[in-house]
Design a protein around this ligand. Structure first.
Ligand code: ATP
Ligand code: MG
Length: 475
């Protein structure tokens, strides 16, 4: 009996711990001599910002991923600064170098050459009634400083406060460590240092509330688990599948940014598997998710896996990665399925390809706002898949000069790796072609047999437009 009572009381004290952050607890402060983070590892612009704030009499800290990564011996992607100076005060310290951005989260960007350091003001716990905490366009007051919608989602957060308040608004404990420019010590309010040692990712506060406030935290959990090789602590992990549908409420613009961060992290394959496991992937790429559960000729579809492997490899090699390539690979099979549908409806190949590409891109943009410049590239990559085989004579040279040739060639390579062995010959041909000098290239392309012309019935544009409309109505 006593054991049961002990268990119940332990449960309640634990759930209390999770739902109400203990703001009264003294932080752990690790002195410079007791941690390995040195100023040599910090980019000069970030140090300039920190010292600039200090000289002006403000507090300045590095916070977030940079402190976490430095402690883990990784190279930080960027350096985020947090201060008790309000955005306008940051602006007066750095003047022309500084630009204030954001409405939901008011921030200062301080520019040093090509590098931008993001400077945030401590977020507070207040209810936003304080006039000073409000802001609007052109500095005018407009609306409350903190705003939640009916489902508990944070629409706006511009209540300023102290470091002790700011820390509880951060997402994971390992992202809530502060490096103080005054004494180079690291301050830990939430047990982030212990979690780093344990290799675990733990949300600050009650996980369900924190996911509801901002559903993007669901995918941030996946990204950091993959990036850091951390496990997700069980309370943080438990609600993920149940709350996954909350991602539907996130704007498609923010989702696009998050998708790039997820899949250009160098751990795309791991991220993909985790997203599928936690039922998050279907909210990012619904059409891809649907097709992944279908088999093709008894084989699971592995095009996406091969594309992600190749993306990870490029990042390891320090090569550039292109969002259009990622999306063209993710959407290739949904596009093929749609194209088949149009062809079954009697559309010739080119028109079916065009209509399918339009449909699939339009659908995907509802989830992730792919900018126009990338959707144009996705279409090019897909179109070129059908043009690369036709490489005889001077066509080869023209294709080689196409701005999307390289991406299309890599894409073809992925199709081969994913099992389309009949495409291997064309891919190998293009590999050899690129290795030759320009004179030999001409001779090589002239050796390719010119395909026989197929007789095709010509129809006018209206015919296809009408067909497309009736096909849409059918679907
Ligand atoms: P990286 O830069 O390596 O991707 P990061 O942890 O620095 O990871 P950022 O997106 O740069 O992530 O955010 C900086 C910090 O801001 C985070 O470490 C965290 O403390 C806080 N933060 C960012 N996004 C959120 C969020 N959605 N909810 C709560 N806190 C957040
Ligand atoms: Mg960061």
């Amino acid at each position: 009996m006593q054991r049961i009572i002990r268990k119940i009381s332990a449960f309640f004290s634990r759930s209390k711990d999770l739902s109400i952050p203990d703001t009264t607890k003294a932080p752990v402060i690790v002195k410079r001599s007791k941690h390995g983070v040195s100023r040599k590892q910090i980019d000069k612009p970030a140090l300039d910002v920190l010292y600039g704030l200090k000289r002006a009499g403000y507090d300045g800290y590095l916070v977030g991923g940079c402190v976490r990564d430095l402690l883990l011996g990784m190279e930080p992607k960027d350096f985020d600064v947090v201060t008790n100076a309000e955005p306008d005060q940051v602006k007066s310290v750095f003047r022309q170098r500084c630009r204030l951005i954001g409405r939901r989260f008011r921030l200062a960007h301080v520019r040093f050459g090509r590098m931008v350091i993001e400077v945030a003001t401590f977020r507070g716990q207040g209810d936003g009634g304080n006039r000073k905490d409000r802001f609007g366009r052109n500095g005018k007051v407009s609306g409350p400083a903190r705003e939640l919608d009916d489902s508990g989602r944070l629409l706006r957060d511009n209540v300023y406060g102290t470091i002790e308040e700011d820390v509880w608004r951060r997402d994971f404990t390992v992202n809530a460590l502060y490096y103080d420019i005054k004494n180079f010590a690291i301050t830990d309010y939430t047990g982030g240092l212990k979690d780093i040692k344990k290799g675990q990712l733990r949300l600050i506060g009650d996980p369900k509330t924190r996911y509801r406030e901002d559903p993007v935290r669901l995918i941030r959990a996946i990204r950091f688990a993959a990036k850091l090789g951390f496990k997700i602590e069980r309370h943080t992990e438990k609600p993920i599948i149940e709350l996954a549908p909350l991602l539907q409420d996130v704007s498609n613009a923010r989702m696009f940014e998050e998708v790039l961060k997820l899949f250009h992290s160098g751990k795309a394959l791991d991220v993909f598997e985790k997203l599928r496991h936690y039922k998050l992937f279907e909210h990012l790429f619904p059409m891809t998710d649907e097709i992944l559960s279908e088999e093709k000729d008894d084989f699971p579809r592995i095009m996406v896996v091969e594309a992600l492997k190749s993306t990870d490899k490029r990042i390891r090699q320090g090569k550039t990665v292109n969002p259009a390539f990622l999306f063209s690979a993710m959407l290739w099979e949904p596009m093929l399925k749609r194209k088949q549908y149009f062809q079954d409806e009697g559309f010739p190949h080119q028109e079916a390809l065009y209509a399918a590409a339009n449909d699939v891109i339009d659908q995907q943009v509802k989830r992730t706002a792919i900018p126009k410049r990338f959707t144009a590239q996705i279409r090019d990559i897909w179109n070129l898949q059908y043009r690369l085989p036709k490489r005889h004579g001077d066509r080869a040279q023209k294709l080689r000069e196409h701005p999307r040739f390289r991406a299309a060639y890599d894409f073809l390579g992925i199709r081969v790796a994913a099992g389309e062995s009949e495409k291997a010959e064309i891919f190998d041909w293009w590999t050899t072609y690129q290795e030759k000098n320009s004179v030999d290239q001409v001779a090589f392309a002239n050796e390719v047999e010119r395909p026989k012309r197929k007789h095709r019935q010509r129809r006018n544009r209206n015919y296809y437009r009408k067909r497309s409309q009736s096909a849409d109505q059918d679907s």
